[in-house]
Design a binder for this molecule. Structure first.
Ligand code: MTE
Length: 318
């Protein structure tokens, strides 16, 4: 990230409007609060949970994969975003993504599969029981959030197209339409935004097709109407506003790896032991908090996913 920023300051060190306002509230609240915050008590500064403006998604299945950590507020989740198709600062997507039209929408799945198929967004919303998945999300820039996603395992969708035995990887592509996504007129990245996973990663039960958050359809700035959510990897793996999924034989190219291969690898597993060339990955700042917290291997999902990487040198395959 941040290739186009003038300095090497990671995003976690840059004060957003939201954080700035939290800091002001914090300062006026006085010394008592400061003592409490210094203890690291969560969510005093995170604001309340305000509902979004999306469509309600009905009854959601609970998941044992959800964390019991408190979620960030809807406001935090929907106003501090990375979505370069709408600008490169954190506040740009909330301001600019109103030009995206998330309906009608189709998602085509093709490549190494027996039954390639195109799904409408209504098909996707009905295809499997919708679950609430409250996940820790860690951005490579050094900040994190807890997000109550709505979705279901990506595997439920991939199984329908019957991947061939030759399919080893999955490539995800975002919509390409500079009218709806004005940032695509710039050269910030090679458009359309692309990401990829190994097929076994894509089939892992933690990997979900994201269709909503806080019980409602996704806000445009969070990748409406359909995105990828992979909680043990850095946030940039989660391609937003996806229109194409392609099953392929070899490792696909990805937008950030193309932009800067020495900084953004294909795997991008959260790993406090492998620093980004310009900053440490050992700690992170949870949005809404001041104190940094240690980053966990695989973002804390190691018990579930470590086996996927048995025998792989994660320093080389970063
Ligand atoms: N997808 C597209 N199409 N374009 C982007 O710029 N940014 C990525 C990822 N998906 C991005 C994207 C990055 S860097 C992050 S951290 C997450 O989206 C942020 O998701 P959020 O804004 O919903 O928290």
């Amino acid at each position: 990230m941040l290739i186009r920023k003038p300095s090497d300051i990671p995003g976690s060190e840059i004060t957003s409007e939201e954080t700035y306002r939290h800091r002001r509230a914090f300062m006026v609240a006085g010394a008592g609060l400061i003592a409490v915050a210094a203890l690291g008590l969560p969510k005093l500064l995170g604001g309340t949970t305000t509902p979004g403006t999306g469509e309600k998604l009905g009854t959601l299945k609970k998941s044992s994969f959800s964390t019991s950590e408190p979620s960030n507020s809807f406001k935090e989740i929907s106003t501090y975003n990375n979505f370069y198709e709408f600008g490169t600062s954190k506040e740009d997507p909330a301001r600019n993504a109103h030009t995206l039209r998330p309906r009608p929408w189709t998602l085509k799945i093709e490549g190494e599969c027996l039954k390639p198929r195109t799904f409408s967004i209504d098909d996707l919303l009905k295809l499997a029981p919708l679950e609430e998945r409250i996940y820790r999300m860690r951005c490579v820039e050094g900040w994190s959030m807890v997000i109550p996603w709505v979705g279901y395992p990506l595997k439920a969708l991939l199984d329908l197209v019957q991947p061939k035995s030759t399919a080893a990887f999955v490539e995800f592509s975002t919509l390409m339409d500079p009218k709806q996504m004005p940032g695509q007129a710039s050269r910030a990245l090679n458009w359309p935004y692309k990401e990829g996973l190994r097929l076994d990663e894509a089939n892992h039960p933690l990997c979900i097709l994201g269709l909503g958050l806080y019980g409602q359809t996704l806000p445009n700035q969070n990748g409406a109407p359909v995105r990828l959510v992979v909680p043990w990897k850095y946030g940039f793996k989660g391609a937003k506003s996806i229109v194409n999924i392609r099953l392929v034989k070899s490792m696909p190219r990805t937008a950030w790896n193309d932009a800067n291969p020495s900084e953004y690898g294909f795997y991008s597993n959260v790993n406090p032991g492998v620093d980004h060339p310009r900053w440490s990955q050992a700690t992170e700042r949870r949005i809404g908090e001041f104190k940094k917290r240690p980053t966990q291997m695989f973002n804390g999902y190691g018990d579930q996913v470590a086996a996927l990487y048995a025998g792989l040198d994660l320093k080389r395959n970063f």
